[in-house]
Design a protein around this ligand. Structure first.
Ligand code: SR1
Ligand code: MG
Length: 415
C-alpha cells in the first residue's frame, strides 16, 4: 500500500481520513502515542480540521489521547492543484517550530514526530485552545495575550539576530531558511497583486471601486509599498514567523500558542510585528459603532503589544550587550551609547511595522486572502464601509510618519 525508499522510509503520499489510519499503523512512533500494541487502528477517530490556505490538518483522537497531524500537499490548498507548490515548506515549518520552541517553549506546541519524506509534522493537540481570530469575532477577552505575544515576538526575533548569534551562526541560519516559494507567495500576494489588475484579486462587489483606484493610482502609496517589498526581500534581520496573523495563534484565558510558521525566513523584524498589528486594526474597524468596550480592548491590545515588544526587545539588546561587551561599545559610557542605538533600532522597527501593517491591510481587502473579521460581515454594504476604513487608514499608515503607537491609534480613531 505504501512505497518505501531505499532507506526503508515511507515515500510521500497525500493522506486522507482513511489513509491516515493505515499510515499510523505503519509508523510505530506515532502509533505508540495513541494506541497500545494490541489495540486496533479502528479505534482512531480522524477528522480534517484545516481552514488555512496551504495545508491539511487532521485531528486524531483515541479515547482521551489526541494529536494533530499536519501535512503539506504539492499544491496551494486555497487555489487547488492548478497552483503547484513544493512540499519543502514543511521542512521550513518543522525547523522553525524547533527553533521557536527552544527560544519560547511556553508559546510553541510540542512536536512529537516529523517526517520530511511524508511532509508532515505530528504535534500537541491544543484542544482546550481556540484560534484567536474566531475568539475576537466572538468578542472574547484574553488578559495575558499581549504579554505573551510581545514576549514571543521580542524573543524569537531578538535571539535570531546578529545581536545575539555569532556572525557565522547567523549566516548559516539565513542559508538554512532560503524559503523561496513561500517568500514568493508573500512578494506576490502582499506586495504585488493587490496593486495591479490581477486575476487572483477579489473584491466585495459593494466596495466603491474609486477607493481601490485611489491607492492603486497613488504614486506615494506605490513608492512606499515598493520600499516595503524591497525591504521584505533584502533585509535579513531575524528569523521571522512570516505569517503571524490572528489565525496563527491558538489560546485560552491562560495560555497562548503560536502555530504555522511555514513562511519562516530571515527577514525584517517589523514584518512579523506589522502583520499581527494589522490584524488587530482590521478587527477594530470591523466592530459596530456601539461596541465601545471591545473597541477600547482592541486599541489597548495594539498599544500594549507594541510598547511591551519595544521595551522587551530593547532590554534583550542591552542585557545581551552587557554580557557580550563587544568592542564597539566598550569605551567609557559605551553602554549608555548602546542604549541610544537600541532606541534608534527599535524606532526603525516601529516605522517598518507601520509600513508592513498597511501592506497587510491593503491585501486583505482587495487581494486573494481575506480575514473573516471583515469578509465574514454578511451585510455587504456594511462590509464595504468597514473596508473603506481599512483602506483609508492603510493609505495614511503607508504615507505618513508616526512617532509613536499613540499617534497611530489617534489616526485610527479619526477614521
Ligand atoms: C495565496 S496564499 C494566501 C495567504 O495564506 C497564508 O496564510 C499567507 O498569509 C498567504 O499570504
Ligand atoms: Mg498559516
Amino acid at each position: 500500500m505504501y512505497l518505501y525508499n531505499f532507506k526503508g522510509d515511507i515515500m510521500y503520499k497525500v493522506l486522507n481520513n482513511d489513509l491516515i489510519k493505515e499510515y499510523i499503523d505503519e509508523t510505530p512512533d506515532i502509533r505508540a502515542l495513541l494506541l497500545s500494541d494490541d489495540e486496533s487502528i479502528d479505534k482512531l477517530d480522524v477528522s480534517e480540521i484545516g481552514d488555512g490556505n496551504l495545508n491539511f490538518v487532521y485531528n486524531i483522537k483515541c479515547d482521551k489521547k489526541s494529536l494533530i497531524l499536519k501535512q503539506a500537499v504539492p499544491f496551494l490548498r486555497c487555489v487547488g492543484e492548478e497552483y503547484p507548490l513544493s512540499r519543502i515548506r514543511m521542512v521550513f515549518e518543522i525547523e522553525a517550530l524547533k527553533i521557536e520552541k527552544e527560544i519560547c517553549p511556553q508559546y510553541v506546541p510540542k512536536i512529537y514526530y516529523d517526517s520530511v519524506d511524508m511532509s508532515l509534522v505530528v504535534m500537541q493537540n491544543l484542544d482546550s485552545h481556540k484560534i484567536l481570530r474566531g475568539e475576537m469575532i466572538n468578542r472574547e477577552v484574553f488578559p495575558f495575550l499581549s504579554e505573551h505575544i510581545s514576549t514571543f515576538l521580542a524573543d524569537t526575533l531578538f535571539y535570531t539576530t546578529d545581536f545575539y548569534l555569532s556572525s557565522a551562526q547567523k549566516k548559516e541560519g539565513v542559508k538554512k531558511f532560503i524559503n523561496k516559494e513561500l517568500c514568493k507567495i508573500t512578494e506576490d500576494f502582499i506586495f504585488t497583486h493587490p496593486y495591479e489588475d490581477n486575476e487572483t484579486n477579489e473584491c466585495n462587489p459593494k466596495l466603491d471601486i474609486s477607493v481601490v483606484k485611489k491607492f492603486r493610482e497613488n504614486r506615494d502609496v506605490k513608492t512606499a509599498v515598493a520600499k516595503m517589498r524591497y525591504k521584505f526581500m533584502t533585509d535579513a534581520q531575524a528569523l521571522l514567523h512570516g505569517d503571524l496573523h490572528t489565525g496563527s495563534i491558538m489560546l485560552n484565558k491562560d495560555e497562548t500558542y503560536v502555530i504555522d510558521p511555514e513562511f519562516a525566513f530571515y527577514g525584517p523584524i517589523g514584518f512579523d510585528v506589522g502583520i499581527y498589528l494589522a490584524n488587530l486594526v482590521m478587527s477594530y474597524f470591523s466592530l459596530k459603532e456601539d461596541e465601545n468596550f471591545y473597541k477600547d480592548y482592541v486599541l489597548a491590545m495594539i498599544k500594549d503589544t507594541w510598547e511591551m515588544f519595544a521595551s522587551k526587545f530593547k532590554t534583550n539588546m542591552v542585557e545581551n550587550e552587557k554580557k557580550r561587551k563587544s568592542l564597539q561599545w566598550s569605551y567609557p559610557d559605551g553602554l549608555e551609547h548602546f542604549g541610544h542605538y537600541a532606541d534608534s533600532f527599535v524606532k526603525d522597527v516601529f516605522d517598518d511595522s507601520v509600513g508592513f501593517m498597511a501592506c497587510e491591510m491593503f491585501r486583505r481587502t482587495v487581494g486573494l486572502a481575506k480575514v473573516a473579521d471583515v469578509a465574514g460581515i454578511e451585510d455587504l454594504e456594511r462590509r464595504a464601509e468597514v473596508e473603506i476604513k481599512v483602506l483609508e487608514s492603510a493609505i495614511k499608515f503607508i504615507t505618513f510618519n508616526y512617532n509613536s503607537i499613540d499617534e497611530v491609534i489617534e489616526e485610527m480613531q479619526k477614521i
